[in-house]
Design a protein around this ligand. Structure first.
Ligand code: ZN
Length: 168
């Protein structure tokens, strides 16, 4: 085992050198930007590993869910109230990862958006804005999911729900 000669990984978020990757650990936080970085086997046969910031992965997964939800809605395979759930969940995922990412931008002064890396005061300001945006997104999602919960109650005017429960 010639561990010392392994090159240190470069952070995909801030391009700084990370510490050596501990064996068998899928997630490691970068020391410079403090983002959790996910290491995954991109090509199992060639044993090629890729590194991705966890929040980028969450965004990608949320985007896939959102596209799937929109497609399902478009083909009419979804009840109206389920649309709220299908869109509320990815929005909550976007919001939550934006809160975490924005918070870290503010804390560390390192921010990446649309392939552009910013540092210092600008990054902190973007971080605060991103966190606020994330909070707004989560709030919208929570309100939507609460509305979904309300809609789950059967609303039949002929049979009041209280009377229905007492007969059971
Ligand atoms: Zn980094």
């Amino acid at each position: 085992m010639n561990m010392m000669s392994l090159p240190r990984p470069v952070c995909p978020y801030c391009q700084a050198q990370m510490r050596r990757w501990p064996l068998g650990q899928p997630v490691l936080a970068c020391d410079t930007c403090r983002r959790p970085i996910l290491r995954y086997l991109a090509r199992p046969r060639a044993r090629i590993f890729r590194l991705r910031p966890v929040y980028t992965v969450i965004h990608a997964v949320a985007l896939v869910i959102l596209f799937a939800a929109v497609a399902t809605v478009a083909f009419g395979g979804l009840e109206t109230r389920h649309v709220i759930l299908a869109i509320g969940i990815p929005i909550a995922m976007f919001g939550a990862s934006d809160i975490a990412d924005g918070w870290l931008s503010w804390r560390t002064g390192v921010d990446r958006g649309w392939r552009k890396l910013r540092t210092g005061r600008v990054a902190r300001a973007i971080g605060v804005a991103r966190t606020a945006f994330g909070v707004a997104g989560v709030a919208v999602a929570v309100i939507g999911l609460l509305a979904y919960g309300e809609l789950r109650q059967p609303t039949r005017p002929a049979a009041p729900s209280l009377a229905q429960q007492s007969t059971r």
